[in-house]
Design a protein. Structure first.
Length: 247
């Protein structure tokens, strides 16, 4: 008789890494859903992760090109052979004093930290192509501030106090695909008395759910926020103990 169990795990279909449950039957994942114990929720992309897991096109072992570039001819090689090809190429690049030419593309979240360390150890900070998702923002922050912003949003359900305010600025929590739990968290916080303010030129699904929608002009973000900061400072509306700490 076969076995079947719901196994708690994390979705890895996007950087949100939602907490999910996977129904595993005889060693095969059959179904995915959010893990209610961890406030998780699975979006359609997360549930489609099963297709990726068992796709015949999924890369499962090192493949070496044997035909001309673009010809699509590859052959399977061992991990040992792959490692020796890679180390030889990396050593050659470094010996030529060109380690800075190594470019990697990956998303800089928790499990990629060792990759950052490797790249730093190999030849100083090496830029990444990062062509996907909000990676341009991440690279801009690395270059200008030297650090990666915390793009994992803490659940509004836990962090917004009763009667607090949630402000979404150009953020499409209800219409976008990033952290499937966020829309539900926002609605939970609203049910507990939080107010939702949406700042966006477009009347988005988020704006439709907002207590207040502020339709600024496109490109007017900086003026809007400078005005907001000016008002808060000149009217003394900020937390003085916190704001004047260290001054
Ligand atoms: S938002 Fe969707 S795809 Fe991304 S981690 Fe959560 S369930 Fe997976």
């Amino acid at each position: 008789m076969g076995t079947s169990a719901w196994v708690p795990t994390a979705c890895y279909q996007c950087k949100a890494e939602c907490s999910i449950l996977a129904r595993v039957e005889d060693g095969q994942v059959k179904e995915v859903r959010g893990n209610p114990r961890a406030h998780g929720k699975a979006c359609v992309k997360g549930m489609a992760g099963i297709a990726l897991e068992y796709s015949p096109d999924r890369l499962l072992y090192p493949m070496k090109r044997v035909g001309k570039r673009g010809e699509g001819k590859f052959e399977r090689i061992s991990w040992a052979e792959a490692m020796s090809i890679l180390t030889a190429k990396l050593r050659d690049l470094k010996d030529r004093g060109e380690a800075h030419k190594l470019t990697a593309s990956f998303f800089p979240h928790s499990i990629t930290d060792p990759k950052w360390r490797f790249l730093n150890a190999y030849g100083g900070f090496i830029n990444t192509a990062l062509p996907h998702c909000d990676s341009a923002k991440i690279v801009a922050c690395l270059k200008t501030m030297g650090g990666v912003p915390n793009h994992h949003i803490p659940p509004a359900h836990f962090t917004v106090p009763r009667g607090g305010i949630i402000i979404l600025v150009g953020r499409h929590a209800f219409g976008g695909l990033d952290n499937a739990a966020v829309p539900r968290d926002i609605l939970d916080a609203k049910a507990r008395g939080a107010k939702l303010v949406v700042i966006d030129p477009i009347f988005t699904p988020d704006a439709a759910k907002a207590d207040q929608w502020i339709p600024i002009k496109p490109g007017g973000d900086t003026a809007f926020f400078l005005g907001m900061i000016h008002h808060i400072v000149t009217q003394g509306l900020y937390d003085k103990d916190f704001g004047e700490l260290g001054s």
